[in-house]
Design a protein around this ligand. Structure first.
Ligand SMILES: [Zn+2]
Length: 161
């Protein structure tokens, strides 16, 4: 099935944002600023996010067939000037959004999961480190880890009596 026109345009916008992120590290959301703009889109009007911010994954215009919103790529000088103007405005009116990217949180979550795996099932934690790492970890686990846990359980429970 052929993709609708707005989907193609949305994908094109996302692609160009990604490709030019080194020159234009920020991007502004722009509505048509008339009565037909939905309030959910109007609240995003003139807001600026980093080009690699996850905001653009969920809000890349056009957001549907009726959406006429657009993006404006911005370079460092644009942002510097905008920040100076933003400083005089109340926080809710400021355009440059400096929210922490979700990507950073994701990485630390993955690391945490990995550390838990190291304890729960070591070979799984080194699954992407190559076969030797997996084999060595698996061997150590079977020869040292399980006997170690069993011994620890034995001594802990024996002391309880
Ligand atoms: Zn829109």
């Amino acid at each position: 099935m052929k993709k609708p026109e707005w989907k193609l345009l949305q994908a094109k916008n996302a692609q160009s944002l990604k490709e030019h992120a080194d020159v234009f590290p920020y991007c502004q959301y722009i509505t048509m600023d008339d009565d037909a703009v939905r309030s959910s889109h109007a609240t995003l009007d003139k807001k600026v996010f980093p080009a690699n911010h996850p905001f653009w994954i969920d809000h890349m215009p056009p957001q549907d067939g009726d959406c006429r919103c657009q993006i404006i790529p911005l370079d460092k000088d644009d942002i510097a000037a905008m920040r100076r103007e933003d400083a005089k405005l109340p926080p809710e009116a400021r355009r440059v959004q400096m929210l922490a990217t979700r990507r950073g949180k994701k990485i630390s979550k993955v690391l945490l999961l990995r550390l838990v795996l190291c304890v729960v099932f070591p070979p799984l934690a080194v699954l992407d480190k190559g076969l030797p790492a997996i084999l060595i970890t698996a061997l150590l686990m079977f020869f040292y880890w399980i006997p170690g846990v069993v011994a620890a359980f034995y001594f802990v429970l024996r002391g309880k009596r």
